[in-house]
Write a protein that binds this ligand. Structure first.
Ligand code: FES
Length: 150
């Protein structure tokens, strides 16, 4: 990943304002931002490790561990919650065998919260490997569980 950091600073400059876009590029490439990269990024941008760590931990979209092979996200925003989102979230965790915010031990599935997919009228909603799914119910969860088992 050091080469991504070096290529980034060569192309865009080694300035503090490059931290967020660089972190996005790293996550796009590797799927997460490894803690071991914090000092490398800090040195490349001439900022403190605390600055880098603070940004990574502040924004929940940055992952610090490798994601599962499949990513299942359940909407936790208000509209989906008012349509039974909490029940769906619990059922998803049970069916997929992984707690919310975790990656299953076999690395097959990560289950995460998302806060509004812009499909509020058709909730509760989920997203599976980047594909939005509306009107999630027990049957739909069964289908999702089958899909991500493969
Ligand atoms: S609240 Fe769930 S999609 Fe908007």
């Amino acid at each position: 990943m050091d080469e991504v950091i070096e290529a980034w600073t060569t192309r865009y400059g080694a300035t503090r304002d490059q931290l967020l876009p660089m972190l996005h590029a790293i996550q796009e490439e590797a799927g997460y931002v490894d803690d071991a990269l914090v000092p490398v990024i800090a040195k490349a941008l001439n900022i403190s490790r605390a600055d880098v760590h603070g940004v990574i931990t502040f924004y929940h979209d940055f992952r610090r561990t490798p994601p599962g092979k499949h990513m299942v996200k359940i909407c936790r925003a208000e509209s989906c919650q008012s349509r039974g989102g909490a029940k769906i979230e619990a059922a998803a965790a049970q069916r997929l065998g992984v707690a919310m915010g975790e990656t299953r031990a076999d690395g097959q599935i990560s289950l995460e919260a998302v806060y509004c997919l812009g499909l509020c009228a058709t909730g509760p909603n989920a997203m599976v490997d980047g594909r939005p799914i509306s009107r999630v119910d027990e049957k739909v969860l069964d289908r999702i569980a089958q899909e991500v088992a493969a």
